[in-house]
Design a protein around this ligand. Structure first.
Ligand code: URA
Length: 211
């Protein structure tokens, strides 16, 4: 296992992931679950955010209380389209984060990613970046997305997914050893179409009900 990979084994996250995997889970339920698991992923991935102390008054006393250091600003980047599900959840917890989008589709024959959309905030070079995509399958999309995003010079990058395949981890970690990967599970293998087995199917289709 690569040391940059952080497997998040929180029981609530594992339970909700199992519900998401089930073939009978409806689009509505899947969408709500993805939002909920995103809160748990966000909790883990922001664990090292720095705090500063400021004087406040409670109704009973004065104290020095921790607040997030104001110079630590975040940008969340959704890898379209399934990244939107994680983005929506994370924004509930971090409403002032800025947002970027990157659109890459996998050529169905070669499985190589092709960019079709790219927009990030102008001050991205003053922000820490969380790149979100539920599935790290072949890793080709994540590798290309992070490569493109590195060219915008964010202060740091973390990659957050829900499910990873061993092949995707190998691919991503060998190309981007400097980028931590957060995932709730590492599954068995990829099938010949690039789907994670056992996985949960096509995350975009399940999130948006397109199949
Ligand atoms: N993308 C998905 O949505 N599911 C997979 O299993 C692999 C890639």
């Amino acid at each position: 296992m690569y040391p940059q990979v952080k497997l998040i084994e929180h029981p609530l996250l594992q339970h909700k992931l199992t519900l998401m995997r089930k073939v009978e889970t409806s689009t509505t339920k899947f969408r709500n679950l993805l939002k909920e698991v995103s809160l748990l992923l966000a909790y883990e991935v922001t664990r090292d955010l720095p705090l500063k102390y400021e004087p406040i008054k409670t109704p009973l006393a004065a104290m020095n209380a921790p607040v997030l250091a104001p110079d630590k600003k975040l940008v969340l980047v959704s890898v379209m389209r399934a990244g939107q599900g994680i983005l929506d959840g994370m924004l509930e917890l971090m409403p002032s984060a800025r947002v970027g989008h990157i659109g890459l589709y996998r050529d169905p024959k070669t499985l190589i990613p092709v960019e079709y959309y790219f927009k990030v905030p102008q001050d991205v070079d003053q922000r820490d970046m969380l790149v979100v995509d539920p599935m790290l399958a072949t890793g080709n999309t994540a590798v290309a997305a992070v490569e493109r995003l590195k060219s915008t010079n964010p202060l740091s990058i973390k990659f957050v997914c829900l499910l990873a395949a061993p092949e995707g981890i190998e691919n991503f970690c060998s190309v981007h050893p400097d980028v931590p990967v957060y995932t709730a599970a590492i599954d068995d293998y990829l099938d010949e179409h690039g789907y994670i087995i056992p996985g949960l199917g096509d995350a975009g289709d399940r999130l948006f009900g397109t199949k």
